[in-house]
Design a binder for this molecule. Structure first.
Ligand code: MN
Length: 292
């Protein structure tokens, strides 16, 4: 049986810019190597936004040394970055941005969603890169809802979307630098299933909504995240009512992590260099678009 190393209650929510009221489900500063290669998981919403003609979100800012993965459940997010990439992602879509050697981007509620208002919910996950890939060119993958395979679970327990990695025969569309699985798990009332997680992978279960029991011994409620051990085989999950979880497994990156604001590097010297390069304008520029 895989041991539950710890269960975390998310701290109070905080605003990221004026568009994202988030609770921190996972953080390198709290869980450290137990969640490698993941660095951070923020859950924004669910909450209702009134219609507005203002831009809500986070203006131009840098990232370096890792990847940001944004999964939208409700609402829509608009993104533009210094590689020239951009676009709008809606419910079920995922934006996988590789900052690597350095990128500037902005993240806003999409204008059409802002104008109409409504329910907004997303997560943003930060995925670390090995030292050898931190200097790779930045990139951007749009993973559309239609391209994310959904596995129907046995005995009507629910469904599991494969964003990255695999589940059984289903393979997720994301290109990753290191082995990992990102599963969007929805269980029906009293649905139970087994998560077959590769030996050696870290494992985190974040409950976005509902209540679940792990292997019949640990109860997790909305806003709680369990971090499990790297060995011990499959993990049983049983819902008490409907439940929505994000399941993260990954081969840990066994390197020093120094995370500072929007930069995730291997040493304080590299952080200093990243801050210097950003101030010197070496992260490029975001081209003005016709619609801005
Ligand atoms: Mn960002």
């Amino acid at each position: 049986m895989r041991p539950v190393l710890s269960v975390h209650d998310a701290p109070p929510r905080h605003w990221v810019g004026d568009g994202f009221l988030v609770r921190s489900m996972l953080s390198h500063g709290v869980q450290g190597a137990a969640i490698s290669p993941f660095i951070m998981l923020d859950h924004a919403g669910p909450m209702e936004f009134a219609p507005t003609s203002e831009r809500r979100g986070v203006g131009q800012h840098p990232h370096k040394g890792f990847e940001t993965v944004t999964i939208v459940y409700d609402g829509a997010v608009e993104h533009r970055d210094s590689t020239g990439a951009g676009g709008v992602i809606g419910p079920g879509d995922v934006q996988w941005m590789t900052a690597a050697s350095g990128i500037l981007h902005e993240e806003y509620h999409a204008p059409a969603f802002a104008a109409a208002g409504g329910r907004f919910e997303m997560v943003q996950l930060w995925v670390n890169l090995p030292a050898k890939d931190k200097s790779a060119p930045p990139g951007y993958q749009t993973l559309l809802d239609a391209d994310i395979p959904v596995v129907t679970l046995p005995e009507g327990a629910g469904r599991l979307g494969v964003v990255a990695g695999r589940f059984g025969e289903a393979r997720g569309p994301a290109r990753t630098f290191t082995p990992m699985n990102i599963w969007d798990l929805r269980l029906v009332r009293d649905g139970k299933m087994r998560l077959d997680v590769p030996e050696g992978h870290t494992l985190s279960l974040a409950v976005l909504d509902g209540t679940v029991e792990i292997d019949g011994h640990t109860i997790l409620r909305t806003g709680q995240t369990a971090v499990l051990g790297r060995e011990g085989g499959a993990v049983g999950v049983e819902a008490n009512g409907e439940a929505k979880l994000l399941v993260l497994t990954g081969e840990p990156i066994d390197e020093m992590v120094v995370a500072h604001g929007p930069f995730v590097m291997n040493s304080t010297e590299e952080i200093r260099q990243a801050m210097h390069d950003f101030r010197a304008g070496r992260f490029g520029t975001i081209r003005a678009s016709e619609t801005a």
